[in-house]
Design a protein around this ligand. Sequence first.
Ligand code: NDP
Length: 449
Amino acid sequence: MSEYDFDLFIIGGGSGGVRAGRMAAGFGARVAVAEERYMGGTCVNVGCVPKKLFSYAAHFAEDFEDCAGFGWQVGARSFDWQTLVRNKNTEIERLNGIYQRLLDNAGATVIRGHAELRDAHTVAVGDKTYTSERILVATGGWPFVPEFPGSEHAITSNEAFFLDELPERVVVVGGGYIAVEFAGIFNGLGCQTSQLYRGSLFLRGFDDDARTFLADEMQKKGIDLRFDTDVSAIEKSDNGYRLQLTDGTSFECDLVMYATGRKPLSDKVGLETCGIETNAQGAIVVDENYQTNVPSIYALGDVTDRINLTPVALAEGMALVWHLYRDAGKPVDYEYIPSAVFSQPNLASVGYTEAQAREKFGDVTIFRSGFTPLKHTLSRNAEKTLMKLVVDTASDRVVGVHMVGPDAGESVQGLAIALKAGATKALFDRTIGIHPTSAEEWVTMREPV
Ligand code: NDP
């Protein structure tokens, strides 16, 4: 019997922590998972899941418009925000319960409360301390709002999921995943929506064609996109808030939501008591086996601030547990990780952008198709779809796939397998399409641009 209370003590019951806990307990380890907030972490409670539910809700506005061309008439429409929030909360509570049961059924001990490291093998939760052979820090991240006059008036995505009322005029600040997604949500739900971004085009790091295309589509849907500008101050006004912008202009709104990135949630875990190394942003530094500079302490997921996506944290949790308890290295392959921005319309991609591919491979061939999906011929919806392939000319391998259009993530997920398998453009060309779909375009683009 080990001298410790547990074999693995996990701080954080989010995607990575719960997956690691379940698996380790399934492999026979004595596991504890400490969680101070909500089971399932950001993704389940204030991230991926409720965001996608809100994104569906927002899209109905267009669906009602689209159906008329197909002969349908719907009566008077109204939207009730409280119903959406209430139903979303019910679903999230159901998922919280599932996460709890997954751990219980695997034999892990769930400890509710704020956990802090005391030494390399000891964790305190409230007035109790627990010892463990190994400790895993999987505390995730937290929204970051820069400090400026009036920044306290801004909310973040954390609060946006629980607003009492839907505001009339919303300003979303930032140009990443969350800002773009929430601009689409608020706009679809009927708010007068502006999105402000400090750079010249949002979604830095994504393919330039896809970024430009999405910006056009969002503007067509009525979102007031303002690039090359930032907020210098927010003042409370009689009717809401007055925003002073860096370009000298100002305007009023009822809600300001900041989505200017997230910071690793590493400052209240007691890292300093053990001398755990962090980088300038507060991310825990780990090696390829998720081990920190203190050999008994590990970290993974958003608190290590590498690729901050739920499926990556899940994969890291599984890789760590295989490494620790089966002595079988199943390292995470970080190449060709697909992702989707649940904007309106969606943007999804896997692999290299055109610019990255030019830098890495030199000679690249680009295939691009912009078209009106069949559904929009009768709906008369002005939305267009973009599909783009980036091919390394020398090897003929498809090294980048980018799409802006309905359910882009559904299409790109499958192509991610092809890219990981090293599929060539010739192989894409030999593949028969499914007609009539938008996705058949992936295998019918013949002329490079
Ligand atoms: P991102 O890091 O994606 O984007 C942050 C944005 O805020 C960037 O546009 C950045 O601008 C801007 N910004 C940063 N600091 C400031 C500042 N001081 N003033 C003004 N603007 C600023 O963060 P998000 O919060 O959108 O999302 C966090 C992470 O969560 C994502 O990176 C992603 O990994 C994950 N996520 C994934 C989702 C998905 O898979 N669908 C959905 C939501 C989140 P600049 O580009 O100029 O630096």
